[in-house]
Design a protein around this ligand. Structure first.
Ligand code: G3P
Length: 218
């Protein structure tokens, strides 16, 4: 399973990249705003900065909600850097835009997916990734992880090439569940990824190894 970092924070992206286990980055307008990135020129530059730090795909989201606007923005974003994947919401014009952009060889990430039906339409339109939002479903007492399993099964059954990018992943347990469900990618902040390292037996085992070494070697 691939890991994308779900942030627009350059320090966090640098730290994750230095770990050597990050396969890309996802952003959205809220994450960009959180970093105080505003104005078209700064936003576009920020995407390029992210691409220059990580090796893999970087999702950059359109702001338009109409077909023409999404196409215009999508082509502009894709021309910024070969690593850019254009993120498009799963609305009617978005599906049309995904179809058009994929016919032009531009990769897309269909976002704000909350049902298997939405994922099916995105995949039929040729989306490179679909992003079901696990945490936001959990927030309203729906099992977000069940949706991941449903979409993975559907894509496997119908042999669809679209990758399942589990988004709104907020905990280490979410990551483990994504592995069990067979998600292609999980995108989350750095903290839940670092949580995978935690185990008391690792800590106590390491402590004992070092104590034994120092008993003999001083
Ligand atoms: O990738 C989508 C993600 O950023 C949403 O996460 O935590 O805002 O639901 P969250």
């Amino acid at each position: 399973m691939k890991f994308f970092l779900d942030t627009a924070n350059l320090d966090q992206i640098r730290e994750a990249q230095s770990l050597g286990v990050i396969d890309g980055v996802t952003t959205n307008p809220s994450l960009m705003a959180k970093e105080g990135i505003k104005g078209e020129a700064s936003i576009l530059k920020h995407y390029i900065d992210i691409c220059n730090i990580v090796d893999g795909d970087v999702s950059a989201e359109v702001i338009s909600t109409d077909y023409e606007g999404m196409i215009r923005e999508g082509e502009k974003l894709a021309a910024l850097h070969p690593q850019i994947v254009v993120k498009i919401p799963v609305i009617k014009d978005g599906i049309k835009a995904i179809k058009y952009l994929s016919s032009k060889g531009i990769r897309t990430n269909c976002t704000l997916v909350f049902t298997a039906g939405q994922a099916l339409l995105a995949a039929k339109a040729g989306a490179t990734y679909v992003s079901p939002f696990v945490g936001r479903l959990d927030d309203i007492s729906h099992d977000g992880m069940e949706l991941i399993g449903q979409i993975v099964d559907m894509f496997n059954y119908y042999e669809m090439g679209t990758q399942v990018l589990a988004a709104s992943i907020r905990s280490t347990l979410h990551i483990i569940k994504c592995i069990e469900m067979g998600a292609d990618v999980a995108t989350c902040p750095l903290e839940p990824i670092l949580g995978l390292l935690k185990h008391p037996l690792t800590d106590s085992g390491l402590k004992k190894f070092l104590e034994d070494y120092h008993k003999v070697n001083g």
